[in-house]
Write a protein that binds this ligand. Sequence first.
Ligand code: NAP
Length: 223
Amino acid sequence: MTTVLITGANRGIGLALTRLYRERGDAVIGACREASPELAATGARVEAGVDVREEASVQALAQRLDGTRIDLLVLNAGILRRDDWDELGTAAFEAMREQYEVNALGPLRVARALDEHLAPEARIGIITSRMGSVGDNQSGGSYGYRASKAAVNAIGRSMAMDLQPRGIAVFLLHPGFVSTDMVGGRGEISPEQAARQLAARLDSLGLAETGTFWHSNGSPLPW
Ligand SMILES: NC(=O)c1ccc[n+]([C@@H]2O[C@H](COP(=O)([O-])OP(=O)(O)OC[C@H]3O[C@@H](n4cnc5c(N)ncnc54)[C@H](OP(=O)(O)O)[C@@H]3O)[C@@H](O)[C@H]2O)c1
């Protein structure tokens, strides 16, 4: 049986991924800050109290998982704080630091803490954003979010190089523009469709493609 661990599993894309992998018959560990009734209803093993900004909470998760082997790690938890050129005051800079903590350092912190749990030939999917693509940026703005996602792309690529000798593959995945709380329910696809597309990428990509950046629809994205 495949064991999947997903961060930010209580709502949005993380919840949809949890449902999808449970429906496939996988063992799913849903990590979150606070459990939700929807997450509990999936039948996943719920690991609450996991704040990806806090080393102690992530280390505590690693300890609770003692003896558990993870085949697929989906680093999904993330935040979006709006900031544009005309709004770059103290609060915006503070929000940039917060986004860097959650979106860039969060995935690295969780992956490193769970290192001993990663199965040989495990896969790691980092849910990044095409807004982190420097080459694709034609619209500006979103300084903190774009920078945090560009940073996690760099981090994911380094993880890919470091873990390749163990047969572990790392992918940077943009889910699409998805109707979740993050975007106020706007979006072009549902969380369920995003989850199906993300799972399809994680099924089809292998070690030969480790460290690459993809739209969930199967198109490669520029750095
Ligand atoms: N929606 C889109 O169009 C879109 C596009 C591109 C990329 N993405 C990326 O997709 C991922 C999922 O986003 P979403 O659309 O599903 O957003 P969402 O509905 O706002 O869900 C965000 C998830 O991240 C969790 N989270 C936030 N801060 C956390 C922290 N410090 N520690 C642990 N968990 C934390 C949230 O938990 P709480 O309930 O505790 O806050 C929630 O489970 C994010 O990385 C996002 O950047 C989304």
